[in-house]
Design a protein around this ligand. Structure first.
Ligand SMILES: NC(=O)c1ccc[n+]([C@@H]2O[C@H](COP(=O)([O-])OP(=O)(O)OC[C@H]3O[C@@H](n4cnc5c(N)ncnc54)[C@H](OP(=O)(O)O)[C@@H]3O)[C@@H](O)[C@H]2O)c1
Length: 333
């Protein structure tokens, strides 16, 4: 079968389209005929080698984190899926394999895709959708009336986070450039700040919670807009010790490194009487079922920037790495 194989860490040409053996489903796996695969910043961060210290992946490996397609083989043992099921998944972080004609995935990470979506829209949902859901529901406990600030609302995660936060009852303020303002308003944002024209941290105050999708100065500014007792969750800033213990299985060296790296940001949080957490999302079939129900009930709709043919994954990555996607970029097979 054809697959994009990451052969070394580097630039776009480090990923090659190759003929590779068909993967065989192990116990509890399903093999999925991939119809579409979503692209995410983690794909190019990983390709560049930025995640090497925390990754258990060995090269060469078939790349790709999320997909939608049809179950076409089932591994030994009990399995909740049947041949022909239309499914989607955020695949295992150590196994990858979504940029391929066929991919084997553990059934716990797979769910029936939303009945109301086509494959391309479904393929862009798992990674960003799980991230937004786990951050808002599990880490920020967003509920009715929560005053929430989301930085970077127009991208893959932001477009889903705005809709989920509105569904949970929050009042949402977000940042977007002029290119993204109409989109984030359509998704339900109550207030929008153009980050190219105005410093949100100078004009906002009294927020209960921040979901930071940008990092850097944006993350640092987030602590200035909070009430005492407020919460910041970042997915793009600085990892901290809980990231290691809750998300990475407590490797001692990594825990110590994250403790050191996050000293400045934790000091900032203490000064603001706020909490700080950096989240790595978790693949989960159960949470994908929750997302599918929300999509089919009309509460959340994926936003597509553009689809590319599988053969032009290079063009798709060039667009993603430009950093201005409005919603998701997906390749179709
Ligand atoms: N920790 C985790 O588990 C996890 C999971 C998912 C994603 N992430 C990370 O989260 C970040 C966002 O992911 P994504 O998939 O949403 O990326 P994305 O789709 O590439 O985001 C692109 C969007 O970001 C906006 N943007 C860029 N700079 C901005 C700024 N300074 N302020 C406000 N908006 C800005 C752009 O808007 P304009 O074009 O208008 O500038 C564009 O619409 C990435 O760093 C990604 O690696 C982490």
């Amino acid at each position: 079968m054809r697959a994009y194989v990451l052969t070394r860490y580097g630039g776009p040409d480090a990923m090659e389209l190759r003929d590779v053996p068909v993967p065989q489903p192990g116990p509890g796996d399903v093999r999925i005929k991939v119809a579409a695969a979503g692209l995410n910043p983690v794909d190019f961060k990983f390709r560049r080698g930025a995640l090497r210290p925390i990754s258990q992946v060995r090269l060469p490996i078939v790349a790709g984190c999320e997909l939608a397609g049809t179950v076409e083989a089932i591994g030994p043992g009990p399995n909740r899926f049947s041949i022909g099921d239309r499914v989607y998944a955020r695949v295992d972080k150590a196994r990858l394999g979504a940029f391929a004609e066929l991919a084997c995935v553990q059934q716990e990470l797979v769910a029936a895709m939303p009945a109301s979506l086509g494959f391309a829209e479904a393929a862009g949902l798992p990674l960003a959708g799980l991230t937004a859901l786990q951050a808002l529901r599990d880490e920020l406990a967003v509920g009715r009336g929560t005053r929430l600030f989301i930085s970077g609302g127009a991208g893959g995660v932001g477009t889903l986070a705005i809709q989920l936060a509105k569904y949970l009852g929050a009042q949402v303020t977000t940042t977007a450039s002029a290119r993204g303002e109409a989109l984030v308003r359509r998704l339900g944002a109550d207030a929008v700040i153009d980050y190219n024209r105005e410093d949100f941290s100078a004009v906002l105050h009294g927020f209960d919670a921040v979901l930071d999708l940008v990092g850097g100065v944006t993350l640092r500014g987030s602590f200035r807009i909070l009430k005492p007792g407020g919460r910041v969750v970042s997915i793009a800033g600085v990892p901290e010790p809980l990231t290691a213990t809750k998300d990475l299985g407590s490797p001692p060296m990594i825990t110590a490194a994250f403790w050191l790296m996050s000293m400045g940001i934790r000091r900032r949080a203490r000064k603001a009487k706020a909490s700080y957490r950096y989240l790595f999302m978790h693949p989960s079939g159960d949470d994908l079922r929750t997302l599918a129900a929300l999509v089919d009930a009309g509460h959340v709709q994926p936003v597509m920037d553009r689809t590319y043919p599988f053969a032009d994954i290079g063009g798709a990555f060039a667009a993603l790495e430009h950093g201005h996607a409005k919603g998701k970029i997906v390749v179709t097979l």
